[in-house]
Design a protein around this ligand. Sequence first.
Ligand code: SAM
Ligand code: SF4
Length: 483
Amino acid sequence: MSFLEKYQNEFAEYDKLDHDFIDDDKIWAQLNKWENPSRGDVRSVLKKAEQCVRLDPEETAILLQNRDEATIQEMYELAHQLKEEVYGDRIVFFAPLYISDECANNCKYCGFRSSNKAVHRKTLSMDEIEQEVRVMIGEGQKRTVLVYGESPKTEADFICETIKKVYSVKTQHGEIRRANINCAPLTVDELKKLKAVGIGTFQVFQETYHHPTYREMHPEGTIKGHYRWRLYCMDRAQQAGVDDNGIGVLFGLYDWRFEVMGLLYHTIHLEETFNGVGPHTISFPRINPATGTPFSEHPEYAVSDSDFKKLVAVLRLSVPYTGMICTAREPEEVRREVLPLGVSQIDAGTRIGVGAYTQSKRANELPDKEQFSIGDSRTLDDVVKEICDMHCIPSFCTACYRAGRTGEQFMKVAKSRFVHNFCVPNAIFTLKEYLLDYASGKTRLRGEETLKQHIEQFKGEPVYDTILKNLKRIESGERDLRL
Ligand code: SAM
Ligand code: SF4
């Protein structure tokens, strides 16, 4: 049986549906209806958004179409306020680990696509994964997202082995405590296997929700060419008990306002189907230039920096309880600007080639196998310091997922606004570990100030003593303390 044939029966189920939950015409009708909203229209949506509730599509359309500078500023201020209310001033850190760039698909924008002869293909062996993880742990990473092309070499059983391998690597100070996955859509049975080995978030980006653009970007006859197989993969994840899911769009393939509406409709579909549980995270990468990939150099729908800022704020206002990830694809200046608008997770110290962590350690150079070029290549240490300079607290926390607070459980906690009672103390503990074990002198100094300011906030609260006690235990060598 060919790789593609394996999925043919599954595809047939989706082909029977007479429609899916993305209605291109309806989305355009909603955007066109609000082509020029008044200040009053925008402010009435902001009034609702203040309640920290998910917005309806027409309300999101109003914000997306707003071109009035004064109310755009109000949108930014409220987006910032909601992020602080729901997530506090924490920024969660992770780093990707590229496992394989072998891919049977031929996505027009990606350096890993099968027709790209400029890339020399590689899938890491278990020993090579161990080496990569050792370098990452040595730099202070605690959370990773494992990234795979879609090929017979990276099927579910292999993915499970890689996850187990990543968790098995322990060094003097640390280990990877949470491995998220960014791979191809899988079947329910395959997803059950991933759950059994303890995956964190299961990420699959739709890339574009616009049906004709999807067809143009992903050739027929490839697995990725099947729009609905991908669109419904989070439904299958929920059915498999994988309730911590990440959706996303690759911005630059089609009109950014349409894509934000697509993300919202996807969220609504999941919430309505799975008892209020929407995506755990939303990612919004913009296309970056990839080796041997002319399309990625000048995409027709490239999103400007100012529209990018707006889309981040609109997402935060529309889905206030969803984590938002801004990756190192973005240059540091852009990351600095969008962070206060609602971002809750970033990667840092990122290397995106297969084997890149080991290679850069050895040769102090960037690898030749990158999927695309990154915008922010600073070290983890530099970015940790900068986040402290921005009066936020870096967090390496993995407690919720390990305590089973995912899916519906997580939504209950998040929606009751108690997140900061668990999350800020856990951020304090994990930052303390980072400062003791990995930080440079200047980052340690700055980080200690951040810790002090955050500990102060708890004075008079029952958790204050526990925080102080745990910090003492960490100073005397204990690790991985959490609430
Ligand atoms: N192969 C799996 C898939 O396509 O879902 C997962 C790995 S793929 C390398 C991860 C993501 O990288 C894709 O979902 C896409 O959004 C993003 N990507 C692909 N080409 C890109 C480019 N030129 N610039 C930025 N991101 C890109
Ligand atoms: Fe393969 Fe994913 Fe790249 Fe498409 S985006 S070519 S599926 S690695």
